[in-house]
Design a protein around this ligand. Structure first.
Ligand SMILES: [Fe+2]
Length: 263
């Protein structure tokens, strides 16, 4: 972080899932200095363009342009919010204006992803996904990936089992959709096949979830995200986005629901 700090007054902003609000072990372990701050993001619902705009406006009014970077700590929702805020601090207007391919004009502030939940691949994949007023859609740009990620499976210790399962299944479905999709290519295939094998090790071979499963799913998430970065997700994600938009169903759960009903 420090080599990226603009000056001693210029803060890094840690965006942390609100479920960690009372987790002093995690918040005390964040290396804050001087004006650095922690913002807790509500992830009860999928991340919204309005939520991103409001965090950006709050930071702009407190620090102007003197912000060094944004660090997202938690699962896909918070990492998507962190990516989006880092980009909206350097691109004008509402984040709803950028819900498409290659509309982002300017590079983001320095952005870091620290997943405490594995499966979404948000730590490595290109897009971030936001719910707008009219649709839920990924924002794709060469400027969207993180500059730095930290993968530490011990950070998954406090996450509820159900959350780990649905998030891990998101990775499994990324692999299936990437490998069966028409955008498949050698890069995507090699990462997707390894990620799928790691998912199967956990979901089919382990009788119960143990610490090694966290490590395995964390690597599967990285490789699965890397696979879809150069191919695409498919029908399950398209329909799952609709379930999130209309019924507020969380991404991993929506994927599993759709996946149960298609071949
Ligand atoms: Fe996904």
């Amino acid at each position: 972080m420090n080599p990226q700090r603009k000056n001693t007054d210029s803060p890094f902003v840690f965006i942390v899932d609100h479920c960690f609000k009372n987790n002093k072990d995690l918040t005390n372990s964040l290396p804050l200095s001087k004006n650095d701050l922690i913002l807790f993001a509500d992830t009860t619902h999928e991340p919204k363009t309005k939520q991103v705009d409001s965090i950006r406006d709050r930071l702009k009014s407190a620090f102007g342009d003197n912000i060094s970077g944004v660090i997202g700590v938690e699962g896909g929702s918070v990492m998507d919010i962190a990516k989006a805020v880092a980009l909206m601090l350097t691109n004008k207007g509402s984040s709803t204006n950028y819900q498409e391919w290659d509309l982002i004009q300017n590079p983001a502030l320095y952005k870091v992803g620290i997943p405490t939940l594995a499966g979404t691949g948000a730590e490595v994949s290109q897009p971030y996904v936001l719910m707008g007023s009219k649709r839920k859609l990924g924002i794709y740009s060469d400027y969207t990936p993180f500059d730095q990620i930290i993968l530490d499976p011990d950070l998954m210790n406090s996450v509820k089992q159900e959350k780990r399962f649905y998030s891990g299944m998101d990775c499994y479905i990324h692999c299936i959709e990437s490998l069966e999709g028409s955008y498949i290519n050698a890069f995507s295939k090699s990462h997707g096949e390894k990620a799928l094998a790691l998912c199967r090790d956990v979901f089919l071979e382990c009788d119960e979830w143990h610490p090694e499963c966290d490590e395995t799913i964390m690597m599967a998430s990285y490789l699965g995200g890397s696979s879809i970065a150069t191919s695409q997700v498919g029908m399950v994600h398209a329909l799952s986005f609709g379930l999130s938009y209309l019924l507020g169903i969380k991404h991993g759960e929506g994927n599993c629901l759709v996946n149960n009903h298609i071949e």
